[in-house]
Design a protein around this ligand. Structure first.
Ligand code: DOR
Length: 425
């Protein structure tokens, strides 16, 4: 195993130091390190972060390998600075059995580019009718701890209660896609001034807020862990703030796109901006940013949602919702938060690793810790060219935008998955 000596790198924004990576761990940290056998990386101007952890990734395998595979999504993740991703269950077949989650987990191991932690479905076939085999998925080789019907809301309150109760036995968490389905029938975009003007059916903020309010009360009632996927409205932030103040065990994520883009993008009628939950207003964006800084929202999660060309380059009404995210998330975070490295490490690595219970991830580089880390060049700027992305899909909302920051290298247990900004395999 090759050793790597990273010279003069800033560890999570601190004064430059040297990092020696050997035998899968950070062997030494300190000034003036030497290691004749090591490959030297010039870290001047670079920031080392604990490898990013994405709690919300769609890898599309099994079923839509034309849009993404575990391997292509893992490569996109590594290039984005990630060392672990949690793979959503809305595949085909759905990841609602031990067999499917083990398949995804095994494919992740074979690709070997990031740790792929499967998420299990809450209900059979994501149909919302009966609980999936949560215990068998938890006991499987994939050791599932997060369950989600993402893409669909677990709308039945009794099922939601049972799911929350069930996962307590193994310290699991239910990740809810908060969308009251009756309030969003036929919805195409955020319900507001822009949807009225465009004549598109609206997705009202209250459809998200009502489910979050219900579920934080359910989680409080049964004493279970609840996670809220892709929070998108100012009202949701207020509900979460209230729940956290009461001590409810709830965590929440926001996506990069909900931190940056607004519903005015729908005026282009370009389906690349169609996403669920939809892009909201500037007021919502400001509230989400404040909540992220404050900790009412715990993490940034990408909701990386690759879609094949025919599912995106069509009329708005027929397009599938979702956007790519893995290869641009750190740049958007840097754009939105600035060089607040400790906050970025917390929201994109430490906290998601804690929520997912991923050992060896989300730990700052220090002697003896697994060498899961990424090197960022904050001074670099890059223009996003969809054709250059490692994802099999092209549906990035940032095409031809120039964004700050570049991932220079990523290490998974001491092995580089990315070097000089390029995937190693
Ligand atoms: O925009 C979205 N796309 N939101 C979801 O909840 C699901 C996802 C997908 O699977 O494409």
């Amino acid at each position: 195993m090759t050793a790597y000596l990273i010279k003069s790198v800033s560890v999570v924004g601190a004064a430059p130091t040297d990092l020696l990576i050997r035998d899968g761990v950070v062997a030494e940290v300190g000034a003036g390190l030497t290691a004749p056998d090591a490959t030297v990386i010039d870290g001047a101007g670079l920031v080392a972060l604990p490898g990013l952890v994405d709690l919300h990734t769609h890898l599309r395998e099994p079923g839509r390998e034309d849009a993404e595979t575990v391997e292509s999504g893992s490569r996109a993740a590594a290039l984005g600075g990630y060392t672990a991703v949690c793979a959503m269950a809305n595949t085909s077949p759905v990841a609602d059995t031990a067999g499917v989650v083990e398949q995804v987990w095994r494919l992740g191991r074979e690709a070997g580019l990031v740790d792929v932690q499967p998420i299990g479905a809450v209900t059979v076939g994501l149909a919302g009718g009966q609980l999936a085999e949560l215990g068998a998925m938890a006991d499987s080789a994939a050791r599932v701890r997060i369950f989600s019907d993402d893409g669909h809301c677990v709308a039945d309150p009794k099922l939601m209660r049972r799911a929350l109760e069930y996962v307590k036995a193994f310290d699991g968490v239910i990740a809810q896609h908060a969308e009251e389905p009756r309030l969003t029938e036929g919805a195409q975009m955020h319900e507001g001034e822009v949807s009225t003007r465009l004549g598109l059916t609206g997705w009202p903020a209250v459809a998200e807020e009502a489910i979050i309010a219900r579920d934080v009360l359910l989680a409080e009632h049964v004493g279970s862990r609840l996670h809220i996927c892709h929070v998108s409205t100012a009202g949701s932030v207020e509900v979460l703030r209230h729940a956290k103040a009461r001590g409810v065990k709830v965590t929440a994520e926001v996506t990069p796109h909900h931190l940056l883009l607004t519903d005015s993008k729908a005026e282009t009628y370009d389906p690349v901006y169609k996403v669920n939950p939809p892009l909201r207003t500037g007021t919502d964006v400001a509230a989400l940013r404040a909540a992220l800084a404050e900790g009412v929202i715990d993490i940034i999660a990408t909701d990386h949602a690759p879609h094949a060309v025919e599912d995106k380059e069509c009329e708005w009404a027929y397009a599938r919702p979702g956007m790519l995210g893995l290869e641009t998330a750190l740049s958007i975070a840097l754009d939105v938060l600035g060089p607040q490295w400790d906050l970025i490490a917390e929201r994109m690595s430490r906290a998601p690793a804690r929520i997912a219970g991923l050992e060896g991830h989300g730990v700052d580089p220090a002697p003896g810790v697994p060498a899961n880390l990424t090197l960022v060049d904050p001074a670099a700027r890059r223009t996003i060219e969809p054709a250059e992305l490692a994802s099999r899909s092209r549906n990035t909302p940032y095409a031809r935008m120039t964004l700050p920051g570049r991932i220079v290298a990523t290490f998974l247990r001491g092995e580089p998955t990315v070097l000089d900004g390029k995937a190693v395999k």
